[in-house]
Design a protein. Structure first.
Length: 283
């Protein structure tokens, strides 16, 4: 056997070992990103409609809990609820997709099991929820009834006065339930700083100029991100509204990565997060 052939025989096992180590490292990073405590991201937004000198309001945004094994159990959601309560927000907003479906090793919990931990959320101005596309696919009446049973206020194309805010909850646009004009009409009637919650960020493109703040989820920030690029965002606008903050036409959009997963029970490069948004009057 020649030296060159011996070298080839020795190199092949080494290459296999390196490849296995690399794949193991990727799997470990993905599991860490999936199961890590949510990152708390913060933003400050000046809202039109708030009286000068009025006290700022802090909003906690949580979305896409997708309670299902193996990565999001009711017990894990209960720990995240405690994390939110420790932030002491004035109001908590839930942007939909509380339940999940059975796919690729994912086993869903019942609507009661998925939503019950949210009953422990505490905020002096209340806890408000909207519906997501998975909630409609999971017999939305069951999900909505369970949200109400747990003491949460559900908004579907309607608005409420929440302290100095007009808080609007948009119907799910993915399921063709959104009525943007009707929701904005109620918000204008209430008056105050305008905050509208939408499961998907896509309606932001149609928000009239100087409306205010939109809060959204649905995209999971891509869920799988490679060097900052997400192959799939579940948004017709691609990466434009995939994650984080966007500012257009005098409006501000905040898109959370959410905390659960869909299809594959893994995240990579898209850590789960909670947003804490401080809204106050314009200078």
């Amino acid at each position: 056997m020649t030296y060159r052939r011996l070298a080839r025989v020795g190199i092949r096992p080494a290459l296999v070992l390196v490849a296995l180590l690399f794949l193991g490292a990727i799997a470990a990073l993905a599991w860490h990103d999936t199961m890590a405590d949510p990152v708390v991201r913060r933003a400050s937004v000046a809202l039109p409609g708030l009286p000068a000198g009025s006290k700022p309001v802090t909003i906690a945004l949580l979305s896409d809990t997708h309670v299902a094994s193996p990565n999001m159990s009711p017990a894990r959601l209960a720990r995240i609820v405690a994390q939110i309560n420790a932030l002491r927000p004035d109001v908590v907003v839930l942007a939909g997709d509380y339940v999940s479906e059975r796919t690729f090793g994912v086993s869903p919990y019942s609507a009661h099991e998925a939503i019950a931990p949210l009953a422990a959320l505490r905020a002096p101005l209340g806890v408000y929820a909207i519906m997501g596309n998975h909630d409609h696919w999971h017999e939305h009446s069951t999900v909505r009834e369970e949200l109400v049973r747990q003491g949460l206020t559900v908004l579907v194309n309607e608005a409420r006065k929440v302290g100095p805010l007009a808080l609007g909850g948009l119907g799910d646009a993915v399921s063709y339930q959104a009525r943007l004009d009707a929701t904005l009409g109620e918000m204008r009637r209430i008056g105050g700083g305008r905050v509208i919650v939408s499961h998907t960020p896509d309606p932001f493109a149609n928000l009239p100029r100087d409306t205010g703040l939109m809060l959204a989820g649905h995209t999971h920030c891509g869920q799988i991100r490679l060097f900052g690029w997400a192959p799939m965002t579940n948004s017709r606008y691609g990466s434009r509204y995939a994650c984080g903050l966007a500012r257009e036409r005098g409006n501000v959009l905040v898109v959370t990565a959410g905390i659960g997963t869909t299809l594959l029970p893994l995240r990579f490069g898209a850590r789960p997060d909670i947003w804490l948004i401080r809204v106050g009057p314009q200078a």
